[in-house]
Design a protein around this ligand. Structure first.
Ligand SMILES: Cc1cc2nc3c(=O)[nH]c(=O)nc-3n(C[C@H](O)[C@H](O)[C@H](O)COP(=O)(O)O)c2cc1C
Length: 272
């Protein structure tokens, strides 16, 4: 149960905290009333932190590890429409990597950014498994190929092009992990119906943040599919009990640079 700490010296009693609280649990604020949450309403707090983030006089703290609050430097995080457009349009799936390992500290910096991704009810159900050892990545690719072999001549939607993938693998091409040095798994609690969306959102944050650190990513669809159902791969991953892989992503330092922006389908929008 969380409550709020209000610095009465600083509070301008503007009431924005009460207006932005998505749970509507901060009592109406005026010249004679400071923000407060009734004890009975406190359990409805999602710990989203909007009350403190939107407070113009920074007078309010969520009483949840208050010492961890990070002040936002003036103008930090602003980006022009042109810059964000080029940055995002330039993002590409990277399938060729150098052999240089990405330092653990850099990976942690990127995952730390992904902590701020949206999640249903601010549940923050996503945790991470980083396969940092390239040997293990290779082993996971091999296990994924074994999984594919089991799908041959079945009605699985992938069964049509699996023979091609297996044959490429047999000829020494890593069509599964693309020779990436590292793999990232977003894992979620079993039996949480919305957590897989949260995982996709968090991974998208990683996908977007990584290039700012000079790191290339590629969603690892085959590995992710195998990890959902193939026991030998689940064993290899050894996720904590009660948690399952939601999706996976390969990453490393890109071997090639991007010099252009590819074509895409035209925008289709319906207005109502
Ligand atoms: C859910 C998902 C799974 C994917 N799985 C793979 C994969 O297993 N192997 C691969 O090489 N690319 C994979 N991709 C990358 C797509 O092929 C790529 O996003 C698409 O061709 C567009 O290219 P771009 O990401 O450079 O814009 C995946 C992408 C998504 C979104």
């Amino acid at each position: 149960m969380t409550n709020i700490i209000v610095d009465h010296e600083r509070c301008a009693q503007c009431g924005i905290c009460a207006l932005v609280c998505p749970s509507g649990i901060i009592d109406a604020v005026d010249e004679t009333h400071f923000p407060q949450v009734q004890e009975i309403n406190a359990p409805r707090c999602m710990n989203c932190g909007h009350c403190e983030a939107f407070c113009p006089s920074q007078a309010l703290l969520l009483d949840l590890r208050p010492e961890e609050k990070v002040p936002l430097p003036t103008d930090a995080g602003t980006i022009s429409p042109e810059d964000i457009a080029f940055y995002l349009k330039k993002r590409r799936s990277v399938r060729h990597f150098t052999r240089d390992p990405v330092p653990r500290e850099t990976i942690l910096e990127i995952l730390d950014i992904a902590r701020y991704a949206a999640s249903g009810g601010n549940g923050q159900p996503v945790q991470w498994l980083v396969v940092h050892d390239p040997e293990k990545v290779r082993r996971i690719a091999g296990i994924t190929i074994e999984w594919m072999k089991g799908l041959l001549n079945t009605a699985h939607p992938m069964s049509g092009y699996i023979p091609m993938l297996i044959s490429a693998w047999d000829q020494g091409h890593d069509v599964v992990c693309r020779g990436a040095p590292h793999l990232l798994f977003a894992h979620i609690p079993e039996g949480n119906p919305i957590a897989s969306v949260d995982a996709t959102i968090a991974l998208t944050h990683v996908d977007i943040a990584a290039p700012a650190f000079g790191i290339g990513t590629c969603w690892a669809g085959f590995v992710a599919a195998a990890a959902m159902s193939y026991e030998p791969l689940q064993k290899e991953l050894g996720l904590p009990a009660g948690r399952k892989s939601a999706y996976a992503m390969m990453f490393g330092y890109p071997l090639y640079k991007v010099y252009g922006i590819p074509r895409r389908k035209p925008l289709e929008v319906t207005w109502q």
